[in-house]
Design a protein around this ligand. Structure first.
Ligand SMILES: [Zn+2]
Length: 328
């Protein structure tokens, strides 16, 4: 009996030992796993931008929702735009693929959120050629902003820029987003960049791509579609194709048709019957709201779930389209 008790105690000790070893092994493996994860996270943190070669020696750098395009030409790099959201990551991305220096910077338009880091490139390459449409240069002279250096080369309607083995066409299609905004077309590689015109898969930005002229925005879809390209590079979001432009064109055409329907069918007297007639602003706003509601209902019925942002900015889009149809 005593022997059995002793054996059973030893057995218990042995079981405890095995359990202890298994536990320690688990703790070791978990610790090792965490260490690996944290090393991987550190590596990902160090590279805080995406770099994609969309065509031979044509690259798109993306960070914080913004895109920059650059071309390696054999005789220097051509960069399009320099958003503060990407900043010095542009220099890192270029250095990742080539030893060539940046010789040209093209401004897609004058807005600070797309070219406000131009000074970072300019400080590194003071002899850089900065190319923009004349109106963009005029705006930047007025802004007098040291972070957006004045262009050294300007053009009116269009120009062709050949650097090394790459040719770019720069085209002013009219103010679809801001006066002076341009298309950057790379014919041989069949790439077209248009900034703040649209983001594939989404409705236009607030107030119809913030355009100063709705007809110019509507014209711009056909103007883009006239070029032979298979990669569309937007200022924000993923690259797209001609299909994305066609969808956008259809959405905006629908806005126009539904706004025209509202203007033809909403009765002013009915829409304003409960409003104090002495209050001009209130009367006008009640009528515009009634028009907008008709356009919103029809647009959402067709487009809900097909483009991101339907139901978020549809009212602004309808409102802007209705005002455009009234005055433009
Ligand atoms: Zn812009």
């Amino acid at each position: 009996m005593k022997l059995i008790l002793l054996l059973s105690k030893k057995c218990n000790d042995f079981r405890l030992l095995v359990a202890g070893i298994i536990l320690l092994t688990f703790i070791f493996l978990i610790t090792l796993g965490n260490l690996n994860n944290s090393l991987a996270t550190t590596a990902a943190d160090e590279k805080d931008y995406d770099l994609k070669e969309v065509k031979d020696n044509v690259y798109v750098v993306s960070a914080n929702g913004y895109n920059v395009m650059f071309l390696v030409t054999g005789e220097g790099v051509v960069v399009i735009d320099a958003p503060p959201g990407i900043g010095d990551k542009i220099l890192k991305a270029v250095a990742e693929v080539t030893n060539e220096t940046i010789g040209h910077l093209i401004y897609s338009h004058a807005h600070k959120d797309h070219i406000g880091a131009a000074h970072i490139i300019f400080q590194q390459q003071p002899k850089i050629e900065i190319v923009a449409q004349q109106e963009t240069a005029d705006i930047l002279k007025m802004r007098n902003d040291s972070e957006r250096p004045i262009p050294t080369t300007t053009f009116e309607d269009n120009t062709t820029l050949t650097v090394g083995n790459k040719t770019l066409q720069l085209i002013y299609p009219g103010p679809y987003h801001q006066r002076g905004n341009i298309f950057i077309y790379v014919p041989e590689q069949k790439v077209l960049m248009a900034v703040d015109q649209l983001a594939p898969g989404e409705v236009p930005w607030k107030h119809l791509a913030a355009t100063p002229e709705v007809p110019a925005l509507m014209r711009s879809y056909n103007q883009v579609l006239a070029y032979d390209f298979d990669v569309y590079v937007p200022g924000h979001g993923e690259t797209g194709t001609k299909e994305d432009i066609k969808i956008q064109k259809e959405y905006v055409n629908d806005l126009k048709n539904y706004s025209q329907f509202a203007l033809a069918n909403v009765n002013f007297t009915d829409a304003t019957k409960n409003i104090d007639k002495q209050n001009n602003a209130a009367v006008t706003e009640a009528y515009f709201n009634a028009l907008t509601n008709v356009c919103v209902d029809k647009t959402e019925e067709k487009w809900k779930g097909k483009l991101q942002g339907v139901g978020v900015w549809t009212d602004e889009h309808c409102e802007k389209m209705i005002q455009s149809l009234r005055v433009e």
